[in-house]
Design a protein around this ligand. Sequence first.
Ligand code: RIB
Ligand code: NA
Length: 292
Amino acid sequence: MITVIGSINMDIAIQTEIFPKQGETVLGNLFTTIPGGKGANQAVAAARLGSQVQMVGAVGQDAFGKELHGNLINENVHVEGIAKTNSSTGIANILLNDNDNRIIVVPGANFDVDRSLIDQNMDLIKKSSLVMLQLEIPVDTIEYVLGLCEKLSIPILLNPAPAANYKPEWIEKVTYLTPNETECEVIFGADYETVLKQYPNKIIVTLGGDGAAYYDGAHIVKVPGFKTKAVDTTGAGDTFNGAFAHAITEGKSIEESVQFANIAASLSVEKFGAQGGMPSIEKVNERLEGMK
Ligand code: RIB
Ligand code: NA
């Protein structure tokens, strides 16, 4: 069982040709509300591939909360660990144009994911073969979960996004850390190759359309991505993480898991919305076969 302890958001996406400048009003093209949140996205990505996934998180008692809860059930994610609190459901305001996206997240109920919610779900967490974390819930909770998993010897995949919430001392506690290139730079203040060499088989840096890289103890292994036409890159990193978790818990090697995750991410960007293009196992295998 993969356990995702993380955020659940409604993504409020606006497509526009121009972003407004200070004090300016512009007309956009399209407005949609679609399920998102890094935690929920990663849970859905792994579940679509066939993993057993449970989520520990929180939504509000509002319309968005209801919809997001229902969405996770539809996606075969176990929702027993999701609390309904008095805060408003988390949202992400996403501005998209052809070559850029800008996101403001308002955490709301995601900040109710506290130590007591973790304690309430201890029996669920103990069943995990991997715990997945991102940084859209309180830092205190992350710290608590890291200590807990260390005690229980449960492997941890930490996706350090948004990077500003990351604490350097966590590196010793995690099994895998998956920053993108920018996050890697923010966290370690060095170029990614230098960083990778310090943490063999632990840090996997995602490189957008170029794939991902890690250090195997002797060489930097660059696993190329699959070049495709991106419609919407929102959630590509989440798809990578969910797919990597699926592959690694199935016993695949790091290299195979990274390749598998690259392919899943390439399929995800071909459709609109964070969870829109997240593939089934058949779709990933088809593309993998085509590459041989
Ligand atoms: O990683 C993409 C996600 O980040 C979006 O779905 C949005 O909700 C933000 O949390
Ligand atoms: Na997508």
